[in-house]
Design a protein around this ligand. Structure first.
Ligand code: ADP
Ligand code: ZN
Length: 452
């Protein structure tokens, strides 16, 4: 029978191929991609110069005009933007669209301070949906999949981002949002959910709840894919989740300022993420000198949105640390790959004068097989001494009454962490299930040190 409408005309085909309209752009030849980026960059710079007073005045201070952008590398002439700009101009100072053109506001979750507000146009929503759809298609998700979206819905971009992505691909979307974990697990089993999207830390909570209900992911559910992001998580965490549940744990990256989840996503060929650079132009800079760094060098990730109109962001400093890979990915996509983001510069801890990222500690801990993926980093200070403690849950199988066994295990955990960070934290092994769980982004560091 002829379909009544052909809104999603080609979803039955293999979406994950260069000939499919959803994924075709992923494989655009590099020269064509650079041409397109330059065209869109010029357009965006002109547009923002015309419509965003702060951008215009900063360009004027630097003596830069839109017509100075002749090649992609001329982007370095443009001023940076930062989260503080969005806060200073709160709520809508950086908006380029009129209220007529604006269709939705999103606010960041405010992990690192006062929230910021990003007005989106309808075109922005569809650019964002396009990014999320391409991620899902890359993970192998199809119209036949049942996608449970357990990211929070609302001002936070996680829920709606994956929701639109899933619907765009024709998946059956289950919009559970975060929370009520008991019901989440029940619905997952009853509706034959094949893919779930949430923070990796919330998925750990779901794993606990499934265990409590006696549900075995492999036998009692159809879950095959986890789509995790919105917070840093390590390769070791990914492996721990995959081992425990038998699913494939995919990585999805995004931020409210640039769109939301779907700016970049992982492919099976590299432990990194393809950036949809036809929309989000990436640079890596040295966070101290602010000089652009070549591909292959680690630094701060900076994005310029080149197809957004509500709040075009130019050279936005994400504070996320990574590198862009030099080599092309084996999957054939031409979009550059960035390393997984295991750290944001705000998260860096200085302990006994040494720079430490929580992800390094996570990686060390999870290399010990008896360690469960639940831990807490506690920092406090006495008169002149910083105390550095790590509480770690161990698996129920490894938990024992034998003092010798536990001491031996504690020593191994200590060695694993010390090898990576070079510091000697006090390791406290705690019972399975005793550390706090999270329904959204988790806070694993508790820093009660006196600020000098
Ligand atoms: P914020 O957390 O800054 O209030 P958002 O909710 O927009 O604002 O979250 C965006 C931030 O979340 C990113 O800048 C990054 O630090 C983190 N993030 C998002 N996705 C990932 C991911 N896949 N891996 C690591 N970090 C991520
Ligand atoms: Zn790839």
């Amino acid at each position: 029978m002829e379909p009544l409408n052909s809104l999603y005309p080609v979803l039955a085909q293999d979406v994950n191929s260069p000939t499919h309209p959803v994924s075709a752009m992923d494989y655009l030849p590099k020269e064509k991609l650079r041409e397109l980026q330059l065209h869109r960059l010029k357009w965006t710079v002109n547009y923002a110069y015309e419509r965003v007073p702060l951008f215009r005045s900063r360009c004027q201070e630097l003596g830069v005009k839109p017509e100075h952008i002749k090649t992609l590398s001329d982007i370095k002439l443009l001023p940076f933007s930062k989260k503080t700009d969005l806060r200073d101009e709160y709520p809508m100072g950086l908006r380029a669209a009129t209220m007529d053109e604006t269709v939705r506001f999103h606010c960041s979750s405010g992990t690192t301070g006062k929230p910021i507000c990003i007005p989106n146009t309808l075109a922005d929503i569809s650019v964002w949906q396009n990014g999320a759809m391409r991620c899902l298609a890359m993970y192998g998700i199809r119209a036949s999949d049942v996608l449970q979206v357990s990211y929070g819905y609302g001002l936070f971009t996680g829920g709606l981002g994956l929701h639109y992505g899933g619907e765009g691909l024709g998946c059956a979307v289950l919009p559970t949002s975060g929370g009520n974990t008991e019901r989440q697990v029940m619905l997952m089993r009853d509706l034959g959910v094949t893919a779930i999207a949430c923070t990796p830390s919330y998925f750990l909570r779901i794993i606990d709840e499934a265990k409590r209900q006696g549900i075995d992911f492999r036998k009692d559910t159809k879950l095959k894919h986890g789509i995790f992001g919105a917070e840093p998580w390590t390769t070791e965490m990914r492996e721990a989740i995959e081992r425990e549940t038998g699913i494939i744990a995919h990585d999805i990256y995004g931020l409210t300022e640039i769109a939301g989840p779907g700016v970049a996503g992982s492919c099976q060929h590299s432990n990194g993420l393809h950036i949809w650079e036809d929309h989000f132009y990436p640079e890596i800079i040295d966070p101290d000198t602010l000089e652009p760094l070549p591909d292959g060098e680690q630094g701060e990730l900076v994005f310029t949105t080149i197809s957004r109109t509500g709040t075009p962001m130019i050279r936005y400093r994400t504070r996320d640390l990574t590198k862009l890979r030099v080599e092309t990915c084996q999957c054939g996509r031409t979009m550059r790959v960035m390393d997984r983001i295991c750290a944001r510069s705000d998260d860096m801890l200085i302990i006994h004068g040494v720079n430490v990222f929580p992800g390094q500690i996570e990686a060390g801990l999870l290399r010990v097989p008896e360690v469960a993926p639940h831990y807490q980093i506690l920092l406090s200070s006495t008169d002149d001494l910083d105390l550095f403690e790590i509480k770690v849950e161990i698996t129920p199988e490894a938990f024992s009454d034998s003092v010798r066994h536990m001491e031996n295990l504690r020593r191994r955990v200590f060695d694993a962490v010390k090898t990576i960070i070079g510091l000697s934290p006090r390791i406290i092994l705690v019972e399975p299930g005793s550390l706090p769980r999270s329904e959204g982004k988790i806070r694993r560091v508790i820093d009660n040190r006196k600020k000098s």
